[in-house]
Write a protein of this length. Structure first.
Length: 86
């Protein structure tokens, strides 16, 4: 959990949350694309692997959802693919 907290603090200190929130926004269904991107970047930095592994294993075994106040839907396979089409 310490690595996730450090990443989250760095993300905020670099103001990446504000930078990406303005540019990505939310979908009509309520998907917060900045949170999806933050999850992908954190995963690639701390425990690199495929989107399939993030979807199937990493997200539910990490505290990322708790840190972001999000449920598993931000790590759903269709959501992860959707962020690359923005």
């Amino acid at each position: 959990m310490g690595r996730l907290l450090a990443f989250s603090e760095l993300w905020k200190q670099l103001q990446l949350d504000e930078f990406w929130r303005v540019r990505l926004g939310c979908s009509r269904e309520g998907t917060d694309w900045e949170h999806v991107l933050q999850t992908l970047v954190c995963y690639r930095l701390l425990d690199p692997g495929s989107e399939w592994r993030l979807h199937r294993v990493w997200f539910e075994h990490s505290a990322m959802g708790d840190l972001l106040g999000e449920d598993f839907s931000i790590a759903a396979k269709d959501t992860l693919i959707g962020v690359w089409t923005l």
